[in-house]
Design a protein around this ligand. Structure first.
Ligand code: PSU
Ligand code: MN
Length: 303
């Protein structure tokens, strides 16, 4: 597998010296945000990882080659693919993109697989996929990947475009611990809480690192989910977002949007319906999660 991986020199150096590294996904760049806000946000997230003391490794497939860490030119190239038919790569899609020498943007599931292959234990993103409301068999491959790949994912939970209680149940079935970082409740992406409990609340990077070490020493092969609420100043009014989400979900159903197209379609529509207000929250939580993941990576390197 390592033969498919092309490491950015800075990432290769950091890994060789056991320095803290945080993986970042690329579907949020191509399918989650419009150009050029996507590239600007990706750069801000990489900067936040550095401010937290780690090296960022954004993962994407470019012309059939897996890149672990992107140059500025590669990031710009990827950003300009937003809105095109670039393949959204979950577990299923990775061999298709590599075999076909295609470009591919990795989802949470896809990034977890490639981060693990690259020897990176921490990965930061915005939101994970989940069980779609009203479609109990549309279960994101992210949840199953968390059940079988030993990478810790730092995110702001899942959007309430998803069925959060069902999402939580699937994670429990697959043995995925949900850590609330400074919170007792599962965050709901734009909103700081969902009313659902987390499995444990931890308040420091060291405490999370201790759980990760115990998990590894036990030889457990599943992932861990660390959830971080959106920063208070940038959170959206829950009623406003909820109304937008309800309308977007109803429209998607009416228009027959389904499968992998569903999440990107809903994300775009919610931005429109909130007049971009949700975008501000999205950017803020991505940066914050990058920073938090970096501090955990530092604690891990020191432990
Ligand atoms: N949720 C978000 N923003 C995102 C995604 C999810 O709030 O950008 C992306 C992530 O890449 C995630 C993917 O892994 O969508 C999930 O897609 P699906 O539901 O088709 O598994
Ligand atoms: Mn799906």
């Amino acid at each position: 597998m390592r033969n498919f991986l092309q490491f950015h020199p800075e990432v290769a150096d950091a890994l060789a010296q056991n320095k803290p590294v945080v993986a970042l996904e690329s579907t949020v760049i191509t399918h989650g945000l419009p150009y050029p806000a996507n590239v600007e946000t990706a750069v801000k997230m990489q900067t936040a990882v550095r401010e937290g003391g780690a090296v960022p490794a954004t993962i994407a497939i470019i012309k059939g080659q897996v890149h672990v860490g992107l140059t500025d030119d590669e990031l710009e190239y990827l950003g300009r693919l937003a809105g095109t038919a670039v393949r959204k790569c979950s577990r299923r899609d990775i061999p298709l993109a590599i075999g076909g020498q295609e470009d591919g943007a990795t989802t949470v599931a896809g990034t977890m697989i490639l981060a693990h292959q690259a020897g990176i234990r921490l990965f930061a993103t915005g939101g994970i996929g989940g069980v779609h409301r009203g479609h109990p068999f549309d279960i994101s491959a992210d949840l199953l990947e968390l059940g079988q790949t030993p990478v810790t994912v730092v995110s702001s939970g899942a959007k309430s475009i998803l069925d959060l209680p069902a999402t939580r149940e699937v994670l429990e079935t697959h043995g995925v611990p949900i850590i609330g970082y400074g919170t007792d409740e599962l965050p709901a992406f734009f909103a700081r809480s969902s009313g659902l409990p987390v499995d444990i609340r931890l308040d420091t990077p060291e405490a999370v690192a201790h759980v990760m070490q115990a998990h590894q020493q036990l030889g457990l092969q599943n992932g861990i989910l660390v959830t971080v609420p959106v920063p208070e100043a940038d959170a959206c009014d829950p009623d406003m977002v909820e109304a937008a989400i309800a309308q977007a979900t109803a429209e998607a159903d009416a228009q027959g949007v389904h499968g992998p197209a569903s999440t990107p379609w809903l994300l775009r529509r919610v931005v429109e319906l909130t007049n971009g207000r949700s975008l501000q929250a999205n950017v803020a939580l991505l940066r914050n999660n990058g920073y938090v993941a970096a501090t955990i990576a530092c604690a891990l390197a020191a432990s």
